[in-house]
Design a binder for this molecule. Structure first.
Ligand code: P1T
Length: 384
């Protein structure tokens, strides 16, 4: 049976991978080398310099490409480096339309780095396709979306957006960090580029900062490999190894993240001290129908606003939590809590983020895979 035909849980372990050629090592060795011997200039065994490629990184790139049902993968030194590489496909004068609710670091890269180079960024809720289409001009080259969005958990219909981008011959990039390919495979829905902060669920153990891109199209892959080797923001061999090791349990971890997420979302929804809970698994979530259609589960990311909450109230709660560690990031085995307004989205101007619902009282949970009773008890003590 070809490894291409494997089901997801098997692909997480075997996809795009083969035992190492030298000694049959089941896990790819950490090729901690910058360069490779050549017998005469240009004669080598497939690798010449580790900025261009490295066997441990290749193993990771193939694994991520396999999980996303893509053909080509590129691994970078961070999620932001992966997005940066995608933005380097653009030229001055080009326009990008992105989801208005977006990781603060992506917003910062777009507005404070790339606008300086003459690239224009427009924002859209991406819930109304006619509205999205009306924003497209002959300069639009890329639509960039997150779904679920960080931190408001909006769900964007990838297939519907892809119909619009294909009609206008615009590239579609999807940041699949929150969902992971376990829950959602954007390339199957018509996206051209899938991006990951592999720092999060893919690696899954809060021990690396890594990014990835996956595409199907050969020409697009060539352009991105060229950018990757030219700009050089690559993932090192040690981090490639750790990310690959994390991926081997992605399906098991995600299953538990989803189970624990559901219990905690419902607990918060029924709690008297909570005003709003944002989680796409709720039937009354505005985009639940699309989530149900395009995702295989709802994940472990939840945002909420305490009743009558303000900045001080939110800070009190995040400080009181004990098992939920107050920290940037998400997607690891351990539960984390974040305060988007001052942490992950601190670089988004207050009026911009409040338009999207990222108010000072908003709290974001990354539900880990601990015993859910302990997580509930922790929330209970912090909320009361
Ligand atoms: O941190 P890095 O690996 O560079 O990835 C950036 C990134 C990109 N896209 C999304 C959706 C993200 O959530 C992130 C990183 N986010 C956090 C650190 C955070 O706390 O939200």
């Amino acid at each position: 049976m070809s490894k291409k035909e494997l089901k997801f849980n098997s692909k997480a372990i075997h996809g795009g991978q083969q035992p190492e050629k030298g000694y049959g090592a089941v896990m790819p060795p950490i090729y901690q080398t910058s360069t490779y011997a050549q017998s005469t200039p240009g004669e080598h065994k497939g690798y010449e310099y580790s900025r261009v490629s490295n066997p441990t990184r290749t193993a990771l790139e193939n694994a991520v490409a396999s999980l996303e049902n893509g053909s080509y993968g590129m691994a970078f030194g961070s999620g932001m480096a992966a997005i940066d590489a995608a933005m380097k496909l653009l030229s001055p004068g080009d326009e990008v339309i992105c989801t208005s609710d977006l990781y603060g670091g992506s917003y910062r890269l777009f507005k404070q780095v790339y606008e300086k180079y003459g690239i224009k960024f427009l924002f859209s809720g991406m819930l109304d396709m006619e509205e999205l289409e009306a924003q497209i001009t002959h300069n639009t080259k890329l639509v960039w979306l997150e779904t679920p969005t960080n931190p408001m958990m909006n769900i964007i219909d990838i297939e519907a957006v892809a119909k619009v981008t294909q009609k206008h011959q615009v590239l579609l990039g999807v940041d699949n960090t929150f969902a992971t390919p376990y829950l959602q495979r954007p390339l199957d829905l018509g996206a051209d580029i899938v991006m990951h902060s592999a720092t999060k669920y893919l690696a899954g153990h809060s021990d690396v900062v890594v990014g990835a891109l996956v595409v199907k199209d050969e020409k697009l892959a060539e352009q991105l490999y060229f950018i990757q080797k030219s700009s050089g923001a690559i993932c090192g061999p040690m981090d490639s190894f750790l990310t690959l090791r994390g991926i081997k349990t992605l399906h098991v971890r995600m299953q538990r993240h989803c189970e624990n997420g559901e219990v905690i979302a419902n607990f918060l929804k029924n709690h008297p001290n909570i005003d709003k809970v944002y989680w796409p698994g709720f039937e009354d979530h505005p985009n639940h129908k699309i989530a149900k259609q395009q995702m295989d589960g709802y994940g472990g990311m939840i945002s909420f606003v305490p009743k009558g909450g303000d900045y001080a109230e939110a800070i009190k709660i995040v400080e009181k939590l004990e098992i939920f560690t107050l920290a940037e990031s998400l997607g690891g085995v351990e539960s984390l809590v974040g305060h988007p307004a001052s942490m992950s989205h601190g670089s988004v101007p207050k009026e911009e983020r409040e338009k999207n619902g990222v108010v000072d009282a908003l709290i974001r949970l990354s539900v880990g895979i601990e015993d859910v009773d302990d997580l509930i008890a922790d929330l209970e003590q912090a909320l009361n």
